[in-house]
Design a binder for this molecule. Structure first.
Ligand code: BGC
Length: 735
């Protein structure tokens, strides 16, 4: 019998005739506990401190974390890593008057100990089952090492590759982003938070954080409610519908009110309209930053505004800790508002089973068994293979033939485990990462390695050695792109062009006459027009985590036929950004092909690679797109299309369905993804793919955020990417 249960049961008067009573049902238990709590103890539950490392901004008070925890002034912690440290803090929490256990959270963005592909890469798989399995693995490792809360998934839609955090999301599409967010939440939280192989997920960053003006980190966001509802909101809403336990408010303002103190977002939309039952945590230091937004006069004002707007837990800054008592005693904030927040937090602690056993996540034996377990490594490899996107494959240079015996491997990124882990992977074990260099040498090939360019400056100072390596090899494989640390938070860029030195390197290597394969390693869409012209093949390999090297080799040699599709448009010019496939017609669409239309005079409108694009070692043919006619709103019509593997090898295709509402009461995009299927087809095999045409495929939010489905004609498009030439189309009429 755990001492803590005893303590808690005694506190709550649950100790009956010498035996421990069952812990009372949640509501009863939490009410009884709250009755015993002082004002200070309640405020303590709202305070979250960061222990060490991973500081993602200014702020953080200089107090002893140990003392505060022991005094019951802290309700949750972030950045405490490992069973030993977590147990130490939990023991201190149990020494506080009521012994209320702590929650421990961490940014587990794409793997805990075993690195998984960055979320944008995982999204390229268009494989929801695999994405969910990856999240299950992330949860298992995190929970085995003491955590019960991870700050993921990021569900922010973004159309702007300058913004560094696109690497953390699922890309540009609201329909797909919603499915990915829900899959990740299912994977992280499982069936029950009480299961010690699961963790609480945290939907972030609510809301609109992916649309900072000019792509600049932490910048203001300004969009109409209609725009928000149709393009940015769906993943957040889907996450709440999937039962996400917690939500993080965004740093930015939304409709002129900072999200951290945004009553519309937190109280009205999230709780009243969507029925969210969990608690909301601020982003790092963002309550105090209400003062910098010039929305609060001082920290006391910030505390009052945030709490009243529905913000429960204050991460890092200490406005609640310092001023809430005063604010309540002065009557400026009602104690009832505080009580609601405390209840939400205690309820989650109860659901996690922490009152029954505060150390249920602290089992060193389990940690040793689960971290880097073979099935987790295997899932990481499968996820990585599915995340790779084949962008170019001229004259079928890939897959490489088994006759190739020597490879010129150029570029320091090919040997950099640190980069391979990707940004925002603080706990990934670098010592267990397989780089392309490791994987190629293990295949028994002769690897002639040269750096070519300087990883820090991108200067072409190793050209001669690279040329020499190329001349003596059968094929040249060059890693290009950006360092992992050049994407992620605080890594916004004005220039997303590939550095000139890297482009020149490819041009020079091409002169050797050897096939040149470029591995594009990046956390965001980059621009590399010269490489597109010169390289024989280009694989977008993002940052793939612990099994990166093996996954890349498997794709290069055709052991895995690439099946990824871009979840974000790759621009051809930085001036096109923000760029996305679901743009609107405008009054002067470029399709009119005349002057005075919506276009540029110095660049085409078309991107380098559109959303949904990605090649395979085989080809797929589409035919027979049709739809059952004559349905009314509320009924389902069925759309079908035939897909055939017309090549010589088996492969997977992501069959995409797009819809255009021809005429509507508000302006609508030229097309929107409304369905997709990932199919595996053997050579010569065909399959008829069907989609159910529901109201969700046809309707939209009007300017008052009401969902409407309007009768009329809809153009249905099916094919292999969002590019018009890749799509068959037919018309459907809703009566
Ligand atoms: C980020 C969040 C993260 C938090 C805690 C912030 O800077 O915006 O996504 O969860 O730090 O590390």
């Amino acid at each position: 019998m755990k001492k803590s249960i005893l303590l808690m049961a005694c506190c709550l008067g649950l100790f009956v005739e010498g035996a421990l009573a069952q812990i009372a049902p949640k509501e009863e238990f939490v009410s009884a506990l709250m009755e015993r709590m002082t004002l200070e103890e309640k405020i303590g539950q709202l305070a979250q401190c960061s222990y060490r490392g991973n500081f993602t901004g200014p702020g953080g008070a200089n107090y002893s974390k140990e003392d505060y925890v022991r005094e019951g002034k802290i309700g949750s912690m972030l950045n405490v890593v490992g069973v030993k440290e977590i147990r130490r803090f939990q023991e201190l929490a149990l020494q506080s008057r009521l012994g209320i256990p702590l929650i421990f959270g961490l940014d587990v963005i794409h793997g805990y100990h075993t690195g998984f592909p960055i979320p944008l890469a995982e999204a390229a798989s268009f494989d929801l089952g695999m994405i969910e399995e990856a999240a299950v693995c992330n949860a298992r490792e995190s929970a085995a090492d003491g955590l019960n809360w991870v700050f993921a998934p990021m569900a922010d839609i973004s159309w702007d590759a300058r913004w560094g955090r696109v690497m953390e999301g699922a890309g540009e599409d609201p329909y797909y982003g919603a499915l990915v967010a829900a899959a990740r939440i299912r994977g992280l939280q499982g069936e029950s938070l009480a299961d010690t192989a699961t963790v609480m997920a945290c939907l972030k960053h609510f809301a609109g954080y992916g649309a900072p003006i000019a792509g600049k980190e932490y910048n203001s966001v300004d969009m109409s409610l209609g725009q928000f509802a149709n393009f940015y909101m769906p993943p957040y809403k889907a996450a709440v519908q999937a039962g996400v336990a917690t939500v993080m408010s965004a740093f930015n303002d939304f409709n002129n009110i900072p999200c951290t103190a945004n009553d519309f977002l937190l109280n009205r939309l999230l709780r009243e309209q969507w029925g969210f039952q969990g608690f909301v945590v601020s982003d790092y230091n963002s309550v105090e930053e209400l003062v910098n937004h010039r929305y609060a006069a001082d920290k006391k004002d910030a505390a009052a505004k945030a709490l009243q707007a529905g913000l429960d837990v204050e991460m890092v800054s200490t406005c609640y800790l310092t001023y809430l008592k005063e604010l309540i005693e002065e009557g400026r904030v009602k104690e009832d508002v505080l009580d609601k927040a405390v209840r939400r937090i205690l309820e989650k602690k109860y659901e996690l089973g922490l009152f029954e056993d505060p150390f249920r996540y602290c089992n060193p034996g389990r940690a040793a068994r689960v971290l880097n377990a073979p099935d987790i490594r295997d899932a990481s490899l499968r996820m990585a293979e599915r995340s790779i996107v084949l962008l170019e494959n001229k004259a079928g240079v890939l897959p490489l033939s088994s006759k190739i015996k020597s490879v010129a491997l150029i570029g320091g990124l090919n040997r950099s485990p640190h980069d391979m882990a990707g940004a925002w992977a603080p706990t990934t074990d670098r010592s267990k990462i397989i780089t392309p260099y490791d994987a190629l040498t293990r295949r028994g090939l002769t690897v002639n390695y040269a750096e070519g360019y300087n990883l820090k400056t991108n200067a072409l100072d190793g050209l001669e050695a690279a040329m020499e390596a190329a001349r003596k090899s059968d094929v040249v494989i060059v890693a290009i792109g950006e360092r992992a640390s050049q994407s992620g938070e605080k890594a916004a860029k004005v220039d997303i062009n590939l550095p000139a030195g890297q482009q020149q390197l490819i041009a020079e290597l091409k002169k050797t006459g050897k096939p040149v394969i470029a591995l594009l390693m990046c956390g965001r869409p980059l621009i590399f027009n010269d490489v597109r012209r010169q390289a024989d093949a280009i694989l977008c390999t993002w940052w793939l985590g612990s099994e990166a090297g093996n996954a890349i080799c498997n794709v290069l040699w055709g052991d895995y036929n690439p099946s990824g599709k871009l979840p974000m448009t790759f621009p051809a010019h930085v001036g096109q950004v923000p760029i996305y496939y679901q743009y609107k017609s405008t009054g002067r669409p470029a399709t009119l092909r005349q002057a005075y239309v919506s276009s540029y005079i110095d660049s085409p409108n078309e991107p380098a690679y559109p959303f949904g694009y990605g090649l395979s070692y085989t080809t797929f043919e589409y035919s027979g797109l049709k739809v059952e006619q004559g349905r009314k709103a509320g009924e389902h019509a069925v759309v079908s299309v035939d897909v055939r593997n017309a090549g010589k090898v088996a492969g997977e295709e992501v069959v995409q369905l797009y819809v255009q509402d021809k005429v509507a009461s508000i302006t609508r995009p030229v097309k929107e993804l409304k369905g997709f299927r990932k199919l595996y087809l053997k050579p010569g095999e065909s399959q008829t793919v069907t989609f159910s045409l529901t109201d969700e495929c046809l309707g939209f939010y009007d300017n008052n955020m009401h969902y409407v489905v309007e009768p009329g004609d809809f153009i249905l498009m099916a094919g292999k990417s969002s590019r018009q030439e890749d799509l068959l189309q037919t018309v459907f009429t809703l009566e």
